[in-house]
Design a binder for this molecule. Structure first.
Ligand code: HAM
Length: 416
């Protein structure tokens, strides 16, 4: 788990704002669910999922309740749907927040990580799959990322998927696999397709393909999704070996892969259709689809591509007071009340030391208060560039700075 420091938190906030704007424009409302749920909410994700068997931060609370920190939000959203039974369908929600998985931490893989995502419940229409995928694409585009590949696949209906899993079991039983993949085969045959080990490559390349098992309906659904993406001009790659790590998927699944990250951590986000989850959590049978995008990894990809950089936190005014500091107290308060940002020196430092701070702060103006200015009820305003400083009445300083600032920003926007 790690700290996100002020240099970075600004762009976390901006990233969330971009996401909220993109999904807000499509009619999604924000949902906030608890960080902790009954552990049963998450075991419904599937007993063959690492997220559930190995990575849950589950514990018994003081009341003897078996609870867990959430490893993701899809199960929580389905639990909320089952509990509140919204009448108007589809129910379109978005979320942002931290999740917890006991994983082996490395660059792009943390035990606490943030996701932004959406879930839509109550509609089975393939065009909704397209809408959901398009929202994630639009979000990456707005961040300025260009090296993101959309990979799609369909797992078919649950019966198709089950038939495919049996076929894989039979095929891999006689195939050349590493011991690790043999162990995976016993637990979750689909995940063998995820192996990145070169010794498994030949066996995986010859494995049966999921498309051979699609029902007509599942095939038609997937065709509609692909046609819709093409219609919106969204580039994608069909990857028949894409299986995703969670057990609840059926039909459409997708992943956004970053071009700059290590292949083990290159999934910037992913999602797909699921059903059965709302029902397993006590609600009516309800189709669902959604995605979650990893904020930590997305920002690493932004770093790698040199886009969506960290904020500089520009300050309007820095107040330098060499007559005890009480004047700075009042002046900074006035400037902030007038709508500008202001900081000041503390601890009675020398003029030179405070001017150094003013420079380092990135402020556009310094206000200087010395003995003479105190006596005259004036202050010196010093633009932090080549322009000369000047003296002005103390009580007019805040308004004058607001005026100068407004004029400066008007000039900037007139002459870009
Ligand atoms: P997921 O693939 O487990 O899907 O996670 C989605 C994204 O969260 C990943 O692509 C990755 O960017 C990020 N992520 C996952 N684990 C970590 C980690 N340990 N450290 C950093 N980032 C991580 C889900 O969570 C599903 N709930 C997505 C979904 C929503 N499916 C349907 N609706």
């Amino acid at each position: 788990m790690r700290d996100i420091l002020p240099d970075d938190t600004g762009r976390w906030r901006r990233l969330n704002q971009v996401f909220a704007d993109v999904v807000g424009a499509a009619g999604y409302g924000q949902i906030i669910t608890p960080l902790i749920e009954d552990v049963g909410v998450f075991t419904r994700i599937g007993e063959a999922t690492d997220v559930v068997t190995k990575e849950l931060y589950a514990f018994e609370d003081r009341g003897g309740r078996h609870v867990s920190l959430r490893p993701e939000l899809t199960a929580s959203v389905c639990r909320a749907f089952a509990q509140h039974r919204p009448a108007a369908l589809p129910w379109k929600v978005w979320y942002t927040g931290p999740n917890f998985r006991q994983e082996k931490a490395q660059r792009g893989r943390y035990r606490q990580f943030d996701q932004v995502g959406v879930e839509v419940l109550g509609v089975d229409d393939a065009h909704l799959d397209v809408e959901v995928i398009a929202l994630a694409s639009e979000f990456y585009a707005q961040l300025g990322l260009t090296q993101v590949t959309l990979v799609v696949n369909s797992l078919g209906e649950p019966e198709n998927r089950a038939a495919y899993v049996s076929a894989l079991e039979a095929y891999f039983a006689d195939a050349e696999l590493t011991d690790q993949s043999r162990a995976t085969l016993a637990r979750n045959p689909l995940r063998v397709l995820d192996s990145k080990r070169p010794e498994d490559a030949a066996a995986i390349a010859g494995a049966p393909q999921i498309a051979e098992f699609y029902s007509d309906e599942a095939a038609a659904h997937f065709d509609t999704v692909q046609a819709g993406l093409a219609r919106l001009g969204i580039d994608f790659v069909v990857e028949p070996k894409l299986v995703r790590g969670l057990d609840y998927y059926r039909r459409t699944i997708f992943e956004f892969q970053g071009g700059t990250l290590d292949s083990a951590q290159n999934a910037l986000g992913g999602g797909g259709r699921y059903d059965g989850l709302v029902e397993a959590l006590g609600g009516p049978p309800t189709p669902g689809i959604g995605f979650a995008l990893g904020v930590d990894r997305t920002l690493l990809a932004c770093d790698d591509e040199g886009v969506f950089g960290a904020d500089d936190r520009p300050l309007d005014v820095f107040v330098v007071d060499v007559v005890g500091g009480a004047e700075a107290l009042a002046i900074t308060a006035e400037i902030r009340a007038a709508g500008l940002s202001a900081d000041r020196g503390f601890d009675g430092r020398s003029m030179k030391a405070q001017m150094k701070l003013a420079n380092r702060s990135g402020a556009k103006y310094a206000i200087i208060v010395g003995e003479q200015e105190m006596a005259d009820r004036t202050v010196i305003i010093k633009p932090m560039g080549p322009t000369d400083q000047f003296t002005t009445p103390r009580d007019e300083a805040a308004q004058l700075l607001v005026k100068m600032q407004t004029e400066a920003s008007r000039t900037e926007s007139d002459y870009p």
